[in-house]
Write a new protein. Sequence first.
Length: 96
Amino acid sequence: MQLPPSATLANAPALLAQLQQALANGSGPVQVDASGLQAFDTSLLALLMQAHRLSRAAGRGFGVVGAPPKLVQLAQLYGVEELLSLSLSEPAPAAA
């Protein structure tokens, strides 16, 4: 599932519904792509933790790829970066 550019409390219910639908319609590990994130708040961590719980309950793995550094820092602050299996977004190549 691809996260939108903004993931805040205002759109958390819609994002949770999308994650639940992705869980219901797929198989194998759930992978959330956070590479397009530009604005987010702590509600995103709660949403990702809920998605992790639902994935595990369904017997599936869970991970977040393309996480912006600030999301990783926030997850570290709350001590959940390993639980969410966050992987940083790749740095942009240097301009020649």
